[in-house]
Design a protein around this ligand. Structure first.
Ligand code: FES
Length: 319
């Protein structure tokens, strides 16, 4: 995957545990264009690649703005971003990719953000504002101190369009969502991003009244229930390069192949980003990712080998 080098122009503390990073091209030229909902891969060290959503408006390609929450259970990414990256540093990033496309809608847009899930939602809000399209942003956080971009979203241009909610308990959140989503506005579109429990709650509440095609979401993490499922051993055969390799229980396809010197591009290793997408020519995958759609999972012709496994004794992969 090709990467480009960018300079960290500015770092700002956006909330008690969230920093934003403004990235500019080394030459000062424009960066590759992007659409709202896009993310970039940030290469932090060998084998340490993380995805962060772009939060600036897509019309401004003289910089990319990302925001990173410092996770207490960091696997290294957020810790490196918060502790090691300094203004003036050069870092390698990928060109933007979009797995969370803001689609054309003839009705109002309802944007829901939980915590750091505000990052892609912010790019969407900026875009809709610039286009003069009707939207409302509901933003849920623990407290004002945990609310990234609070000052910006409180500005006059967002007046009447942004509503902040602090420290809602699950019951209060459930009741509020029921009220908010009680009726489907004609041609409306719902976009949401945040922690899994938040998204599960929004999705299940919306399901009572909103058609599934009007609800769009982006996950940051794999589904822990799917990942915790049973693990049987199986074999993978590589159709193009040849060779059949065992994948024992507790070992991913990626790890099993790496043990034989076969590298597959990965990034999140959580079944979220799509980097490791691989074709399946024979066999039945046991999908554990949140990247493929339900229809793609049913067709059984693709797999995310960083997390998914096999229901059949053998998988033949297009590798
Ligand atoms: Fe991200 Fe597999 S590496 S989905």
């Amino acid at each position: 995957m090709t990467t480009l080098s960018v300079r960290v122009h500015k770092i700002k503390q956006e909330a008690s545990d969230i920093k934003s990073f403004e990235l500019r091209s080394v030459s000062g030229d424009a960066l590759p264009a992007f659409t709202p909902g896009s993310h970039i891969d940030v290469h932090l060290a060998e084998g340490l690649i993380r995805q962060y959503s772009l939060c600036n408006g897509p019309d401004d390609i003289h910089h990319y703005l990302i925001a990173v929450k410092r996770e207490t259970e960091s696997r290294g990414g957020s810790q490196a971003m918060h502790e090691s990256i300094k203004e003036g540093d050069l870092i390698r990033i990928s060109a933007p990719r979009n797995n969370f496309l803001l689609q054309q809608s003839n009705g109002p847009y309802l944007l829901l953000a939980g915590g750091i899930g505000v990052t892609p939602i912010l790019a969407m809000a900026r875009h809709l504002l610039a286009q003069g399209l009707p939207f409302e942003l509901q933003y849920f956080t623990r407290s004002i101190a945990h609310t990234a971009f609070h000052e910006f979203l409180s500005g006059p241009e967002f007046q009447g369009r942004v509503k902040f909610h602090y420290a809602l308990e699950p019951e209060g959140l459930r009741a509020y969502l029921r009220k908010l989503l009680w009726q489907y506005p004609q041609h409306g579109a719902l976009y949401l991003c945040g922690p899994r429990v938040f998204m599960d709650l929004v999705e299940s509440t919306a399901a009572a009244t909103w058609p599934p095609e009007a609800v769009h979401l982006e996950y940051f993490n794999a589904d822990p229930l799917a990942l915790a499922g049973e693990q049987e051993s199986f074999e993978v055969r590589l159709a193009r390069t040849g060779g059949t390799y065992p994948v024992p229980a507790g070992v991913t396809i990626i790890e099993a192949l790496a043990a034989h010197g076969i590298q597959v591009d990965t990034s999140c290793e959580q079944g979220v980003c799509g980097t490791c997408l691989t074709g399946v020519l024979e066999g039945t995958p046991d999908h554990r990712d949140v990247y493929l759609t339900d229809a793609e999972k049913k067709s059984c012709d693709k797999i995310m080998p960083c997390v998914s496994r096999a229901k059949s004794p053998l998988l033949v992969l297009d590798l």
